[in-house]
Design a protein. Structure first.
Length: 139
């Protein structure tokens, strides 16, 4: 069995944002030369997420609105975590809802997606460099 590992780095200039990282993951798969196996894509920060869904702007807007209703950023003093001097308790909660990682099957050297599926990096406390781990195992 072969193994491949790469870190992807992102610096989202806004507090929140969604980035389609499917092309980067596909490039990792190409570099790995693995034809059958699994790809793990993992946000390596506790205020960021990786998830699979449709690349549709209306859906991304709906996520923004929905997540802000679930865990509003303000008032920041409403969160015990923010009493440590942070202002990102909401980002931790948004990450918990959206997920830490995804696993995708590799078949015939390609990501084995369903219709419309794409991989996204979700940032909930941006304005600094953060990384995503891509780990591929297989033959």
């Amino acid at each position: 069995m072969k193994s491949y590992r790469k870190e992807l780095w992102f610096n989202v200039p806004a507090r929140r944002g969604f980035i389609n990282i499917t092309p980067q993951v596909e490039e990792c798969l190409r570099q790995s030369a693995i034809a059958e196996g699994l790809v793990l894509v993992n946000a390596m920060h506790i205020t960021a997420a990786v998830f699979i869904n449709d690349d549709e702007k209306g859906l991304h807007h709906d996520y923004e609105v929905w997540l802000e209703k679930l865990a509003p950023h303000e008032p920041v003093e409403g969160y015990h975590h923010n009493r440590t001097g942070e202002d990102n308790a909401d980002a931790h909660m948004k990450r918990q809802v959206m997920g830490r990682e995804v696993v995708v099957a590799v078949t015939g050297g390609k990501l084995d997606f369903g219709p419309w599926e794409q991989i996204f990096y979700g940032e909930f406390d941006g304005r600094r460099k953060k990384r995503v781990l891509v780990k591929i195992i297989g033959e």
